[in-house]
Write a protein that binds this ligand. Structure first.
Ligand code: ADP
Ligand code: MG
Length: 324
């Protein structure tokens, strides 16, 4: 079972950012409205996720850490949904097999909080009383301490943290109704409050935004609805990679979208600036295949040409309106 965990861990846990992604997704699944991500040394040393979700009952703590405990796959549809989100389940078991993991949680009906610890190969889970408000904290220490090859593969603290920031932004952009905090080495790097406004969420995440920096894009045609913001190429640049796209609210690193936006920039002669954007594309679920490349978050639009050209024209229009 331990080997199975470690093999699965290789799929789920590529680097600290993938741990953050899995744990934050669990917090979202648990209905959290506040999620705090605290990182030490790029996640090499420690990753700590706190949420105010529904918590895990004491008698389910051990189960939560064990493999096959929580199979969500009940039908082929579930399987497809899971595949499309690059979601393999059993994240906690996988992460705990390659780290020292501490899970602390309290549900609303419990008087006390409880803590479970698991460490690498030693899957003996000990449950101890703890102090914790309603919700869950997952602490991951010494990632890959027992898999030296993987540990060596980790990049610098700075690089790993920048991957974490990307994951953090992508998730925060897709869940504007949740408040998020990101800390690194004890310093608060980012904090965004829950908001109704996508503009607010984007500008909070981008930081130091003035009105001119974000160009709103909202458009609809028969095949697609677009909503998002283009970072104004004539405003001060963010100095960061800001290419975030979502298809039917799922984060995608989609080539078609990126290509379309860059083409719009090129058509306007904006060849020496990096196109930066946050774009939500909505299409009919039946007009898109999401299983093309689960791990790479790619999709295939049935009306690819139309969607592509629509994005080009709308981005061009947004940029020219701003320049005028
Ligand atoms: P999966 O998410 O595929 O069920 P995980 O290993 O990620 O597998 O989580 C195992 C289970 O532990 C979840 O199904 C959930 O019941 C519980 N769990 C994990 N994280 C949290 C959390 N932050 N809040 C509440 N429950 C959680
Ligand atoms: Mg999970």
């Amino acid at each position: 079972a331990e080997l199975a965990n470690q093999i699965a861990a290789g799929e789920v846990v590529e680097r600290p950012a993938s741990v953050v992604k899995e744990l934050v997704e669990n917090s979202i699944d648990a209905g959290a409205t506040m999620i705090e991500v605290e990182i030490y040394q790029g996640g090499h040393k420690q990753i700590l996720i706190r949420d105010n979700g529904k918590g895990i009952p004491r008698d389910e703590l051990e189960l939560a850490l064990s493999r096959h405990a929580t199979s969500k796959i009940k039908s082929l549809d579930d399987l497809e949904a899971i595949a499309s989100m690059g979601f393999r389940g059993e994240a906690l078991a996988s992460i705990s097999s390659v780290s020292r993991l501490t899970l602390t949680s309290k549900t609303a009906v419990q008087n006390e909080a409880w803590q479970a610890q698991a460490q690498g190969r030693d899957m003996e889970v000990e449950i101890l009383p703890a102090a914790h408000p309603v919700g869950t904290s997952v602490r991951v220490d010494d990632l890959f301490f027992n898999t030296p090859a993987r540990r060596r593969f980790l990049r610098t603290e700075k690089t790993e943290f920048s991957h974490i920031e990307t994951v953090f932004r992508r998730i925060a952009l897709g869940h504007q109704n949740i408040g998020f905090t990101l800390k690194h080495n004890g310093k608060r790097v980012k904090q965004v409050k829950a908001t109704e406004s996508l503009y607010k969420r984007v500008s909070d995440l981008l930081g130091k935004t003035d009105e001119r920096q974000l160009l709103a894009l909202e458009a609809q045609c028969e095949e697609a609805t677009l909503q998002g913001f283009i970072v104004n190429p004539s405003a001060p640049q963010t100095g960061q990679d800001w290419q975030y796209s979502f298809v039917n609210h799922r984060p995608m690193r989609d080539k078609l979208i990126n290509h379309a936006i860059r083409q719009a920039f090129e058509l306007l002669g904006l060849t020496d600036v990096e196109a930066q954007y946050v774009l939500f594309v909505e299409v009919e679920p039946s007009d898109v295949d999401v299983n093309v490349h689960p791990a790479k978050h790619e999709v295939r639009f049935h009306h690819a040409r139309t969607v592509h050209d629509f994005i080009v024209s709308q981005v061009k229009q947004t940029l020219s309106t701003a320049a005028a």
